[in-house]
Design a protein around this ligand. Sequence first.
Ligand code: HEC
Ligand code: HEC
Ligand code: HEC
Ligand code: HEC
Ligand code: HEC
Length: 653
Amino acid sequence: MTKLAAAGAVAVLLLQAAPAPASAQAAPAGSATATATKATRAAPFEDTIAQRVLACSACHGAQGRATRDGYFPRIAGKPAGYLFEQLRNFRDGRRSYPPMAGLLAGLDDDYLREIAGHFAGLRLRYPPPQAPQGSPSMLARGRALALEGDPSRELPACAECHGRALTGAAPAIPGLLGLSRDYLNAQIGAWRDGLRHAAAPDCMAQVARRLRPEDVAALTGWLAAQPVPTLETPAASPGARLPMRCGSVDAGVAAVQTQGAATAAADAAQVARGAYLARAGDCMGCHTARGAARYAGGRGVATPFGTVYASNLTPDDETGLGRWSADDFWRALHDGRSRDGRALYPAFPYPQFTRVTREDSDALFAFLRSLPAVRQPNRPHALRFPFDRQIVLEAWRWLFFRPAAFVADRSRSPEWNRGAYLVTGLGHCAACHGARNALGAARDAARFDGEQMPEQGWYAPSLHDPRQAGLADWPLEDIVRLLRVGVTGRASVAGPMAEVVRHGTQHLDASDLRAIAVFLRELPVDPPATGATPAPSDRDAAWLASGARAYENHCANCHGERGEGVPGAYPALAGNRAVTMDPPINLVRIAAHGGFPPQTAGNPRPFGMPPFTQALDDADLAAILSYVRNAWGNRGSLLSSPDVSRYRGSAGQ
Ligand code: HEC
Ligand code: HEC
Ligand code: HEC
Ligand code: HEC
Ligand code: HEC
């Protein structure tokens, strides 16, 4: 077989790619309209927590007071501990609603607690109850179940936990009044079907499974028809002892993991160094599944050929690296081979990690040995034939991979060389930003020409092109700030890059960040494009005017009448290359799904952008975005509805 034929047969576009977060799921029926986007056009900018969570109002209504017949639940006035648990549940995958999981993905517990406290503190009148549904006997049955339960079936009364008045019990049990029937049915159904979970033991799952379908209808028909006592607040604590144990109520649920035994021997300084390097390489990002034990693996990395699951890196003997030596570990990082000699998939970025020094490899290994051992078998990869074959992978490696070492360039400063080592090695920036050939291999290890990430629905822009993410004309301080804080006056990172900043670069020390900035600023710059984008023609004027009106309605409140933004809160859209860049993948994606910039020590309470995918259709978004690309001195090609539908992707993708 010739090299070329091998290549053809192999066709292993084992694209290195970012982890695939939440599996995309369809939004529940009835959530098709985001009601209150207009409500975001409110008072002038004020730096408050309410302002920071306007992204939530798009669905939950201004002040968290949802419409009574919609599927979006009211959140105002619910117990703070309960709201906090729910936010964590959505973020960590115990409760499934992808648009919210996407919004919350980058926010830590402290901020979620503050957001929960904000909504819990709102005291708003409830709307009148829904009309009773069902026959009088059915409603009587619902009332009896709610207030007395059914001892013959070991079914406790709802009131035993949810409070005598069914208005909840602080800090962790929500009220059952003021919720729509649709919402109540959906929640009980979700528990029965295993789609909603609370911390174990999950008492509500047991309650829900003991209910027959006719019980559910009776209960929800009756509950939704009860008025809420005027501005009733949750009882201070569950009055009597609960009839079942509820993990979500147990105080101090903090699951303290027991420390592994292997720590003692390790040299503390080396472990600390390894922990730092693990941040620089964002090992945790791929090796931790959503809401699961750190470094225990199981997170999928999506490639065009299927999903490769990251391995358990904790020192468990059976399922992790417990029996590995420092040599085994070095071979994985440097040669891309597992302990048993198996070739590893380059979804693990060893084509970059191969440049890591042996000393750094040993420190990383010492750090991983210090983690608590977690028993979690590796999940088998889900790759399509023939990409699941070792021989195919060996052929790819023969064509495209050689173990390499970082070679310093003596003509450059030590600072530049340090930056080059971090960017081309541990930082694995090229895994996303490097252009690839048809077989998924990097065209040139020293180039960052930009590449689409089709599985993730993002575009990693070129670091050489001033119209994309080239940094040649940025002051060093701004580059450092972008990598440390995630937001600058010029740009704000999003999507996979937000994860890189949050888990990785924000933790680097000042000298390493500066070294990276020096290296990035001195990358070769692409020549200017020939032929500028033409101005829109008169034929498009009416359509762009409709885009301008929609911008006015939906966006100007935050981004300003002239796209000037609000410094420190909302990015300017005028003169912003994230707006005018081609391909416009990230622009469409951000407008459709919103998001928060990464939460970092330098930006601990970020402002959010609401998703518009439900409020605006493809044609509306195309008009708004085409307008924004050509207003206030911006110049970019016009977008069509098919462009928008191609790039919008799904929430939580
Ligand atoms: C795209 C619409 C949408 C956006 C934006 C949104 N939510 Fe939600 N939210 C929902 C829906 C729908 C549910 C119910 C989901 C389910 O359980 O199936 C929900 C549920 C919740 C719950 C659980 C309520 C309960 O009683 O159990 C909380 C708390 C919550 N959202 C808070 C927030 C916060 C805080 C934000 C902003 C960071 C936000 N949501 C943004 C649609 C949205
Ligand atoms: C043993 C205690 C217990 C009993 C009995 C109980 N619940 Fe719950 N319920 C809870 C807890 C705890 C939660 C909060 C779960 C969480 O954190 O997700 C909850 C949550 C709920 C929710 C979600 C509310 C929302 O805003 O999303 C509904 C609906 C609900 N219960 C209905 C019922 C009904 C109906 C009954 C009676 C048939 C009942 N529960 C009986 C403990 C109980
Ligand atoms: C972009 C995602 C990604 C990042 C970042 C990443 N890994 Fe991995 N890693 C993977 C995947 C996927 C595998 C599984 C590859 C396979 O089985 O072929 C893996 C496998 C490994 C293995 C081999 C384990 C075994 O059982 O054979 C080691 C060791 C490893 N990674 C260490 C690290 C270290 C150390 C870092 C940080 C410096 C890191 N990884 C960062 C995705 C990643
Ligand atoms: C997991 C994939 C991934 C990795 C790894 C990655 N990036 Fe990015 N990067 C992206 C994507 C996608 C974008 C576009 C979204 C955005 O603008 O934030 C981006 C944007 C950027 C931008 C432009 C930010 C802006 O908003 O103008 C810079 C600069 C950048 N990356 C530098 C780096 C550097 C340096 C590294 C290595 C330390 C790196 N990236 C690693 C995916 C990645
Ligand atoms: C509630 C305030 C709010 C509204 C309303 C809003 N945005 Fe945003 N927008 C933000 C925030 C906050 C960010 C930063 C988010 C991030 O970095 O993830 C942002 C980011 C963006 C970005 C990316 C800018 C960059 O530098 O990366 C674009 C493009 C954008 N918004 C367009 C729009 C459009 C178009 C609309 C109307 C359809 C809109 N926004 C409505 C708050 C808002």
